[in-house]
Design a protein around this ligand. Structure first.
Ligand code: UFG
Length: 330
């Protein structure tokens, strides 16, 4: 029996496929390659270029392959874009998931692990954030991910689907081999942008606001290594395969770093001065997001291995220093 990874050519999806293959699992990947890269797909995974909104394409995969569980990363994930083009997010993230769940039900596949986000919480009342905290998204991206969680819950009540939603905090880092890594087009995430300064692709990094109520005035985030996220997906799959009930887990290290601290760590790791300028706040940024991942540790037995910020940055630098054009250089 195989695991079907939707969005397995994207950043977190491709790293999860690597961990699944390395754990000896039979893996099928489907990705429409709109934001993913064919070169990111592990050579041992069977690849289908397919869109989750295309019911016939999904049905064909379920008919051809023997699928025991689905890991679902296939969604748009740019917060800014979701605010300027909300319907693009509803159409892909929600109606795509609706098509997928129909196809799964039609083929008797009833287990799914999927990407949710810290953006489901919005501005937190308390940190570290626990899963029972209020969910009040401040952007459309987070709203669609929360709606996906609710969609799964109702479908579960109706037809017995079982799901695990994994709420990631700030995914970062790259496969320790340096063979795959983080590449978005356009890039908007802090660590890739910092490392693009170090590899000569950009001149400087803009710090979005230094007047937040934090220790140095810049935003605090909980940075979690992508390989640790990948391992959590395998644990969540095994939990469902062993009969585990529907669940939601935060995934973070439980430690927050400011933007300035991340830039300083990158200077240490790369040996590059990384010029930085302070610019205005970016709309919609909460001051502080830190996860409590105690539940994932207790229930799934999850334990992050790459927790140190310098280790995270070293793996990311291994990728960015050898792939200045991302997958475009292949
Ligand atoms: N930042 C800068 N300069 C930049 C880029 C980012 O100062 O050039 C700052 C941001 O303002 C923020 C921090 O760096 O304070 C991290 O920003 P990212 O864009 O890397 O990540 P976000 O925290 O905005 O977003 C991440 C995920 C989203 C998810 C969100 C949950 O990328 O998908 O966490 O809150 F929705």
């Amino acid at each position: 029996m195989a695991i079907l990874v939707l969005g397995g050519a994207g950043y977190i999806g491709s790293h999860t496929v690597y961990e699944l293959v390395e754990a000896g699992r039979d893996v099928v990947v489907a990705d429409n390659l709109v934001t993913g890269f064919r070169a990111a797909v592990h050579p041992k995974a069977r690849f289908y270029q397919a869109d989750i909104r295309d019911r016939a394409a999904m049905d064909a995969i379920f008919e051809r392959e023997s699928i025991e569980g689905v890991v679902h990363f296939a969604a748009f994930s740019q917060v800014g874009e979701s605010m300027s083009n909300p319907l693009k997010y509803y159409e892909n993230n929600l109606s795509g998931t609706c098509q997928l769940l129909q196809s799964m039900a039609a083929h008797g596949v009833d287990k799914i692990v999927f990407s949710s986000t810290a953006a489901t919480y919005g501005e937190p009342e308390q940190v570290p954030i626990v899963e029972s905290a209020p969910t009040c998204p401040t952007n459309c991206y987070g709203e669609t991910k929360l709606a996906m969680e609710h969609m799964m819950r109702w479908v579960s009540q109706a037809n017995g689907l079982r799901y695990v939603a994994l709420r990631y905090f700030n995914a970062c880092g790259a496969h320790p081999s340096g063979v795959i890594g983080e590449a978005h087009n356009p890039e908007s995430h802090l660590i890739p942008i910092i490392l693009q300064v170090a590899n000569g692709t950009r001149k400087q990094i803009s710090i979005f606001g230094d007047d937040y109520p934090t220790r140095d005035g810049t935003c605090v985030r909980d940075y979690i290594h992508v390989t640790d996220l990948a391992q959590a997906h395998i644990l969540a799959l095994d939990y469902l395969l062993a009969g585990g009930e529907n669940n939601v887990f935060n995934l973070g290290n439980g430690v927050g770093f400011t933007v300035k601290e991340v830039i300083d760590a990158a200077r240490r790791v790369t040996g590059h001065p990384i010029p930085a300028v302070v610019s205005p706040r970016r709309a919609g940024d909460p001051a502080q997001l830190i996860a409590s991942s105690q539940k994932a540790m207790d229930v799934l037995g999850w334990k992050p291995e790459y927790a140190a910020l310098d280790t995270i940055l070293s793996t990311a630098w291994k990728w960015h220093s050898t792939h200045p054009d991302g997958y475009g250089a292949e």
